[in-house]
Write a new protein. Structure first.
Length: 138
């Protein structure tokens, strides 16, 4: 089983992958603010989806559970991603994933400067691990 997780932001995409039951960080893709086409192009050039069984995408919701402006951005991105590759996409509620990632990095003694460089890929790890753990319960 090989999954790839994406934490899609307005300037970055955090990427994580899994081999088996453990998620691991891959990379952070940076692009011009709100230039989703550029972000998608970079993602497709830098990530090999050929052996990927599922793409897990963090879905940003408000604390109330309602969709947000960021949810719309993710929907648009995923629509264009599906036009480029034929891999099933599953959404996972990403509320608190960045906070959880920051907590882990702080516990591992990463300073704020270092955290900023890897926080997005660590959030993708949290999203992917959440999906893997949910899948195991089913």
């Amino acid at each position: 089983m090989r999954y790839i997780a994406l934490d899609i932001g307005s300037k970055t995409i955090g990427v994580a992958s899994s081999q088996g039951q453990l998620a691991s960080a891959l990379m952070t893709i940076r692009f011009e603010s709100n230039n989703l086409a550029q972000g998608l192009s970079k993602l497709l050039k830098q990530v090999d989806f050929s052996q990927c069984e599922k793409i897990i995408v963090g879905y940003p919701l408000h604390l109330s559970g309602n969709e947000s402006e960021s949810s719309h951005r993710v929907d648009v991105f995923v629509t264009h991603l599906k036009e480029q590759i034929n891999v099933p996409v599953h959404y996972v509620d990403e509320r608190f994933s960045t906070v959880e990632a920051s907590d882990v990095l702080t516990h591992l003694h990463f300073n704020q400067k270092k955290q900023r460089t890897i926080i997005d890929q660590m959030a993708a790890v949290m999203i992917l691990q959440r999906y893997i753990d949910m899948e195991e319960k089913v």
